[in-house]
Design a protein around this ligand. Structure first.
Ligand SMILES: C[S@@+](CC[C@H](N)C(=O)[O-])C[C@H]1O[C@@H](n2cnc3c(N)ncnc32)[C@H](O)[C@@H]1O
Length: 286
């Protein structure tokens, strides 16, 4: 079988199984098996696959056809122009979350030489590591409940050479942060689980059957963790500091109601598809 035939076979199989991005998925999986990038696959379409490559490719196609996310099959996902290791212990970073990172970056770049940030619910570390990568003097504390997620996040920090500036802590919300840092932090990023519990069963199979439920379930209205986080964040931020919370469509008003107007100035930003995606809350002077 040559590369052209392999791509055709992969596309057809995944289309048959209703994979929404079947052509791209087939290319990515064939790239993984051959070590060739997607352009090279097209340029070398007559190249013959070895028996072993054919076996591996068919096995990956089968797993994808059953619904396993491509990023778990390849073990990596691109986010903010950087490549992150991912395993089923972590949520696959989403392009929608880049809005939060871009907003934080714009703010942190005006915050002096060595600003401090906290990323809560860090998962793969994608947010914390991107911030440290793009803001050279930044120090980040990155927290997660899951030890397995933190192991992956630590590897990603080492891979991107920011392990000296990103410190990983295991625990619940902002509890692991030392009380000495109260009032010292410029920005807190939080992409905590925000899917209402009742909606988990209706999610796409590649999300609900493969991604960690600890990363998805946000309780009855999806805002349970933000309800607990907001008062903790108020104490930790300096005056004028930002709390950024990712939300889902329709959660903007509910999330803003959790932020007392005497303490916070708030705004809801939309993603590229025009859906509510990010709450920006700036700590007011007391
Ligand atoms: C939606 S995922 C986001 C992962 C990553 N920040 C990203 O944007 O790709 C939420 C993460 O929050 C973590 N988490 C859930 N409850 C938590 C809690 N109470 N305290 C800290 N982390 C929590 C989960 O383990 C998961 O890694």
């Amino acid at each position: 079988m040559n590369l052209r035939q392999a791509l055709t076979m992969g596309r057809e199989l995944l289309k048959l199984h209703n994979s929404p991005s079947y052509a791209l998925d087939a290319q990515i999986l064939l790239s993984k098996v051959t070590g060739l990038d997607r352009t090279a696959l097209l340029l070398k379409e007559d190249m013959i696959l070895t028996e072993e490559q054919q076996r591996q490719y068919k096995s990956l196609l089968e797993r994808r056809a059953w619904g396993e996310p491509v990023a778990y099959l390849t073990g990596t996902k691109e986010f903010m122009g950087l490549e992150f290791l991912v395993t089923p212990a972590v949520l696959i970073p989403r392009p929608d979350t880049e809005l939060m990172v871009e907003t934080a970056l714009t703010f942190l770049q005006t915050e002096g030489e060595h600003p401090l940030a906290v990323d809560v619910g860090t998962g793969s570390g994608a947010i914390a590591i991107s911030l440290a990568h793009y803001v050279p003097g930044l120090q980040v504390y990155a927290i997660d409940l899951s030890a397995a997620a933190l192991e992956i996040a630590q590897k990603n920090a080492t891979l991107h050479r920011v392990d000296q500036r990103v410190k990983f802590l295991q625990g619940n919300l902002l509890q692991p942060i030392s009380p000495d840092l109260q009032g010292q932090v410029s920005a807190i990023t939080a992409n905590l689980p925000y899917i209402p519990s009742g909606e988990i069963a209706g999610l796409m199979p590649d999300v609900k059957d493969y991604e960690p439920h600890l990363a998805l379930d946000g309780g009855c209205d999806g805002l349970d963790l933000y309800r607990l986080l907001i008062p903790q964040a108020y104490g930790l931020l300096k005056t004028g500091g930002l709390l950024l919370m990712e939300i889902g469509p329709g959660q903007g008003e509910g999330a803003q109601r959790l932020l007392p107007t005497a303490q916070w100035q708030t705004e809801v930003k939309l993603d590229l598809a025009g859906r509510e995606r990010l709450v920006i809350a700036q700590k007011r002077r007391a």
